[in-house]
Design a binder for this molecule. Structure first.
Ligand code: UN1
Length: 497
């Protein structure tokens, strides 16, 4: 019998959905391995969660920021202590390799320790007034109830990018994790419960986007929404938040590019491409889904890249030698396979992969062979649209200008990388690439938490997560002036006016 989790946490109590309904979560590498049944939250649950967060807001606002950050510190320490167990469980629930699961938890630990100091800093500015005996400063003010909606590809790291700054800023929270990874998200909530976070400050509703997610965004008392996921859903949320005048920060898809110039260290550039394209089975918003290689080294790069990719061990994330793990669910598998078909019908040439793996050890999982195309052109859908699977493609380029044009030639702009040893190429790329994250001689994946993370164009709406700007998503600036002159002083006017 599968374990049944009362996975909704409202006002400090774990409970089932008001409807009593549940949904099942299974291991992407083995459908027979049931992780458990989780509560299928709907509007009623979400409204109760938002009401609890609203009620807890005043008390949390009055809690000094260093104390708020202290809860995050203690959760960071627990994440560190439980890292291995969380990683093992994540490999079962989400499917990626154990090494990547450990790194996912580590990213959460790093971010906890990075953010905790913000509780004591949270700096504003002091400034001068044009009037005598008047003092001016800026202070951060929490937006209110924050609704956080996270994807399944980083079940610990991405929730921490939103939860930690929201809580430290003084927002109370309602968090809805992706329906594929409620188990790991639940563990994070249990840690906050164990460190004694006051009731109602953090509420948690598991369920589906169209039900619980929509109810969270629609609730008038949710004042800020932070969402990581697809462009399609991000657009809907952005439209709603625009109308309802809510703060909305979006981290959406991308179509990241690796540029390889003739002076690149080819060994490194091959490894960067393979790691960037196939880590997490390509299910990262930073994944290398286009590789633009200079004509003078194109055939050599392609040959070496294919040798590397064809030797990749495909298997369950829980097996230590696996390099390419299962994709998250059957629906995503079908979507990725359909994109492979689209690429072929558009005229791109399939070099390797292009099919699912269904025999023997793969029979019960969602496995796709690592897939590489060539002759990809900017008008093709596989060039422009995010596939979010183990699929990448080559484009041949003749110059740096062309490489930059190719890289910038989609509506997205999260991560781009260039391999070159030329200083002019390097700085021209830094200046002209329209991406929020740019790497020189490093893969497109692997962002570190002390840097702002986010993209240009359709990848988002101008906000950044993590880094020194992490609090911006969840705070307003308040400009405060104190007049101690004992007079009514009029700004912009002469004293006798
Ligand atoms: C994501 O795929 O949504 O830079 C986030 C990286 C990771 C984060 C990816 N640190 O690849």
């Amino acid at each position: 019998m599968a374990e049944e989790f009362a996975s909704i946490f409202i006002d400090g109590e774990w409970r089932q959905a008001a409807s009593g309904e549940m949904f099942v979560v299974t291991n992407p590498a083995n459908r027979d391995d049931v992780i458990g049944l989780f509560s299928r939250g709907g509007t009623q649950d979400m409204d109760a969660a938002v009401a609890a967060a609203k009620a807890a807001y005043k008390g949390w606002l009055r809690t000094p920021a260093p104390q708020r950050a202290d809860y995050v510190l203690r959760v960071g320490i627990m994440l560190e202590q439980q890292k291995e167990q969380l990683a093992q469980d994540m490999a079962r629930e989400m499917g990626k390799t154990l090494k990547e699961c450990r790194a996912d938890v580590q990213e959460g630990i790093d971010f906890a320790f990075f953010m905790v100091g913000e509780g004591r800093r949270m700096y504003g500015v002091t400034t001068r007034s044009e009037l005598p005996q008047k003092f001016s400063m800026t202070v951060r003010h929490p937006i209110g109830v924050a609704g956080l909606i996270t994807p399944w590809n980083f079940p610990i790291a991405i929730p921490t990018w939103k939860l930690f700054p929201a809580l430290i800023a003084g927002c109370t929270v309602v968090f809805k994790p992706a329906e594929d990874t409620p188990w790991l998200a639940m563990r994070l909530i249990q840690m906050f419960e164990q460190v004694g976070l006051p009731k109602g400050v953090l509420n948690f509703v598991t369920g589906f986007g169209e039900e619980a997610g929509v109810a969270l965004v629609d609730n008038p008392d949710t004042r800020a929404v932070s969402f990581t996921g697809s462009l399609e859903v991000g657009r809907q949320i952005n439209e709603k938040c625009g109308r309802l005048m809510k703060r909305c920060s979006l981290e959406l898809g991308s179509k990241n590019c690796l540029i390889v110039m003739p002076d690149a260290d080819l060994d490194l550039a091959v490894e960067a491409g393979a790691w960037g394209a196939f880590a997490t089975s390509g299910q990262r918003c930073t994944a290398t889904s286009r590789i633009a290689v200079h004509g003078s080294i194109f055939e050599e790069y392609q040959e070496r890249f294919l040798a590397r990719v064809e030797g990749m061990k495909v298997g369950p994330g829980t097996a230590p030698d696996t390099e390419l793990a299962a994709v998250i669910n059957v629906k995503q598998k079908e979507r990725i396979l359909s994109y492979i078909g689209i690429g072929q019908s558009e005229g791109a040439k399939l070099l390797t992969g292009g099919h699912e793996l269904t025999d023997g050890e793969y029979a019960k999982g969602n496995f796709i062979a690592p897939t590489v195309f060539r002759d990809m052109t900017p008008d093709m859908r596989i060039f422009k649209e995010e596939i979010f699977g183990p699929v990448t493609g080559f484009v041949e380029i003749g110059s740096l200008d062309e490489a930059i044009e190719i890289a910038n030639g989609t509506d997205y702009g999260l991560s781009c990388s260039i391999y070159t040893r030329d200083i002019t190429n390097t700085f021209r790329a830094i200046e002209e690439l329209e991406f929020g994250v740019v790497y020189i001689n490093a893969p497109t994946i692997g962002a570190e938490v002390q840097l702002p993370f986010g993209g240009m164009k359709n990848t988002g709406n101008g906000h950044r997560e993590a880094g020194p700007v992490a609090l911006d998503e969840f705070t307003e600036w308040k400009s405060v002036s104190v007049d101690y002159s004992g007079k009514i002083q009029k700004a912009q006017m002469a004293p006798d006016e």
